[in-house]
Design a binder for this molecule. Structure first.
Ligand code: NAP
Length: 248
């Protein structure tokens, strides 16, 4: 499984909790050099220390993915530190669900800025490097909600549909210079994601449902490792996974 992972430089956004954190820990244990971005740098620093103590290589870079300059700095710092960039895992995301008529417009904007524009900024920051070296892999995070739309999830679903759409467009455009594009769509995973739902009555219901059936964040780490570990001429374009008992 560690074939084609050892020695690779992997940038991970949203590495301070949940699936980003679990993936960072797993890839570092498999010999990848990981560059970790998020806003909560205390958490990133603790994870870097843990990875280093276990013999791995990692750096932490304060990153707000809504700022192109922050994402560019994350990528540039990874390249300066480790000499190259092989993979970006555009994982940072937010899911403050609410009905549209609650008019939580600040939360709509946050989701568009983090889930969609943050992913685009990650792509923008690595593409010149990947084009020049004629190799690389972009791994974007969509959702089951990038395949279907549900009430209270109109904006979140729209951002996750957008991630799938731009991933397929990217794939078609960069295949000629040997760049792989993967989009991973999780179902319910036990992380902090549901903590940001402010809509009264909805947050507790969603948190209860996810905590009952959600799979651990390490499930995503397994998917990412599978996609990276394929031979360079194999591009795993889409992975959709759910807890076995998830109804929809
Ligand atoms: N959990 C699920 O059931 C599920 C299902 C489908 C899809 N997903 C997707 O999976 C991805 C990971 O989420 P998770 O479930 O692991 O949730 P999580 O534990 O809440 O992690 C989200 C991460 O995103 C980061 N983030 C949020 N805003 C950011 C910003 N402006 N700049 C940089 N980083 C930011 C957070 O870091 P800071 O707050 O420290 O910046 C955190 O590390 C998201 O894209 C989410 O939409 C999750």
């Amino acid at each position: 499984m560690t074939d084609n992972i050892t020695g690779k430089v992997v940038i991970i956004t949203g590495a301070s909790s949940g699936m980003g954190e679990a993936t960072a820990r797993d890839l570092a244990a498999k010999g990848a050099k990981v560059a970790l971005g998020a806003r909560r740098t205390d958490r990133l620093d603790a994870l870097v220390n843990e990875i280093k103590a276990a013999g791995g290589e990692a750096i932490a870079v304060a990153t707000d993915v809504t700022k192109l300059e922050d994402v560019q700095n994350l990528v540039d710092t990874a390249k300066e530190t480790f000499g190259t960039v092989d993979v970006i895992f555009n994982n940072a995301g937010l899911m403050p669900l609410s009905p549209l008529d609650s008019l939580r417009i600040d939360e709509w904007n946050q989701m568009i800025d983090v889930n969609m524009k943050g992913t685009l900024y990650g792509i923008a920051a690595v593409l010149p490097i990947f084009k020049e070296q004629e190799s690389g892999q972009v791994i974007n995070v969509s959702s089951v909600y990038g395949h279907k739309t549900v009430a209270t999830g109109a904006v979140y679903c729209a951002t996750k549909h957008a991630v799938r759409s731009l991933s397929e467009g990217l794939r078609q455009e960069v295949k000629d210079y040997n760049v792989r594009v993967t989009v991973i769509s999780p179902g319910a995973v036990n992380t902090e994601l549901t903590q940001h739902i402010t809509e009264e009555g909805l947050g507790d219901a969603v948190r209860d449902a996810v905590s009952r059936i959600g799979v651990p964040a390490t499930t995503m780490a397994d998917m990412v490792a599978f996609a990276i570990s394929q031979p360079a001429n194999v591009d795993v374009n889409e992975i959709l996974f759910r807890p076995t008992v998830q109804p929809e």
